[in-house]
Design a protein around this ligand. Structure first.
Ligand code: NAD
Length: 439
């Protein structure tokens, strides 16, 4: 059948324009955070200048033949912020708001995240500006394959290893694996992580980020001398990260008194029945809390969740949920950031000034990239671990990293966020310094 030849570039939705401003802010936030850390570390100005710029930025046009035969051209990016400590690592995001500054910021955050948990990676991020929910599976597959072919010159097992992020999943990783394998005429399973188990994925990867958040929370409680069974927890966002964190913490005896998702929240003063909620979410066609009813359970909105009377608040939904306009009302004395960037810089100052402890995202939600690292190690060795081995090693790395950040922050008398960034930037700077500037 002859294909139509009309070529359209993708429309940018009004939502993009709004989020674009926020995303410029995210890059601005990342840079101003780095500047603050550089001052505290008395960082060499040359190294500071190197870390303020991504090493490599690739923008690609991705033509896709749509199901009706017309061609759409999507814009994609792969940005490598730093490879000083090892191959770059970071997800691929499909979203209408993906743009150069957002990807730059997320790539830099990956550099700090890998450094703070001390795994041998640099940081990268990628994405395609698209509305994936409006694409068929076939269109998504063709877009992924073409995007992969176009970023192939800069990715690779020893160069840059992508992974899933917002709106990408193990299936997308499988298409990337297959595309690279076809073009290189050999099986290349170590090109991405977050793959299906059948294709060299790791056991324990799906739960890893939530498990890491739970381990971090328990370490914090231990330092505060608080028994988990006397701890009230609220979790915002009941997706991959939030639901696994809540389930593991409930299993350790914490009372999960509030949870929420995009459809609203649930509250029970003496603790929700997390197993019953998980059953409901599994049966819900869209995996939502919507429609859950239980004895003594009240329905609350997300603002009420954030300000509920709890010891620990785990924001695990979106960025910028705790802001200057609601930070004063947050009653939790401990905030463990499951999401990326849930607290604005102003809100962070308000919380720390009044003595709350904030465990920053680059530490608290690093469990996912740690198990991605295990997946890569297993793929390189073609030798696969059982789930216990994965979980035991994740626990070891999260506990070690928490201790390092806790001790460093106390030694320098700074909040945990600044301590985590200082530790991370110092490690990256050390690698840059040892390598020297080529040539
Ligand atoms: P997800 O899509 O599985 O879950 C997101 C949850 O947030 C859903 O329950 C959704 O309904 C809820 N939500 C959306 N808007 C909301 C709102 N306004 N109020 C309350 N809830 C809302 O995503 P995820 O993978 O769990 O990721 C959550 C966060 O964690 C993101 O910031 C992500 O970048 C970060 N993160 C995820 C991983 C990972 O491995 N999945 C790793 C590191 C960081």
């Amino acid at each position: 059948m002859e294909r139509q030849t009309d070529v359209r570039t993708t429309q940018v939705s009004p939502a993009f324009v709004v989020r674009d401003t926020a995303d410029h802010d995210l890059w601005g936030t990342v840079l101003s955070q780095l500047d603050e850390v550089a001052e505290n570390l008395d960082l060499d100005p040359g190294i500071h200048a190197i870390l303020r710029q991504p090493e490599r930025e690739l923008t690609v046009s991705v033509p896709v033949v749509m199901d009706d035969g017309h061609i759409e051209v999507f814009t994609g990016y792969r940005i490598q912020h730093s490879s000083a400590r090892g191959p770059c690592k970071g997800g691929i995001r499909y979203h209408p708001a993906v743009n150069l500054n957002e990807v730059r910021a997320l790539a830099a955050l990956m550099t700090w995240k890998c450094a703070v948990v001390n795994i041998p990676y640099g940081g990268a991020k990628g994405g395609v500006q698209c509305e994936p929910h409006e694409l068929s599976q076939d269109e998504l597959c063709r877009m992924t394959r073409r995007f992969t072919a176009m970023i192939m010159p800069i990715i690779g097992s020893r160069r840059d290893i992508p992974a899933p992020d917002v709106n990408t999943n193990p299936q997308v990783m499988a298409w990337i694996t297959d595309t690279v394998s076809m073009l290189e005429r050999k099986t290349v399973i170590d090109i991405v992580t977050g793959k299906p188990i059948a294709l060299g994925g790791s056991k324990g990867r799906t739960e890893a980020t939530g498990r890491g958040v739970a381990i971090t929370t328990l370490e914090l409680l231990k330092r505060q001398g608080i028994d988990p069974t006397n701890t009230r927890v609220a979790v915002q966002g009941y997706g991959n990260v939030g639901s696994h964190a809540a389930t593991i913490l409930a299993g350790m005896g914490c009372q999960i008194v509030a949870v929420s998702d995009v459809t609203g929240g649930l509250f029970k003063d003496d603790g929700l029945d997390i197993s019953a909620i998980n059953e409901h979410v599994t049966e819900h066609p869209k995996g939502l809390l919507e429609g859950y009813e239980g004895p003594g359970v009240d329905h609350i909105d997300n603002d009420e969740l954030l300000t509920s009377d709890v010891d620990v608040l785990i924001p695990a939904a979106l960025e910028h949920q705790i802001r200057a306009d609601n930070a004063d009302e947050i009653r939790a004395s401990m905030i463990v950031e499951g999401a990326n960037g849930p607290t604005t810089r102003d809100a962070d100052s308000i919380l720390t000034d009044r003595g709350s402890i904030v465990v920053p995202d680059i530490l608290a939600n690093a469990g996912g990239v740690v198990v991605s690292y295990f997946e890569w190690v297993q793929d390189l060795q073609c030798y696969f671990w059982d789930e216990k081995e994965v979980n035991d090693n994740l626990k070891r790395i999260m506990i070690r990293s928490f201790k390092e950040v806790w001790d460093f922050s106390h030694e320098k008398d700074v909040p945990m966020r600044l301590g985590a960034y200082m530790l991370a930037v110092d490690r990256v700077a050390g690698a840059v310094q040892s390598r020297g500037v080529f040539p």
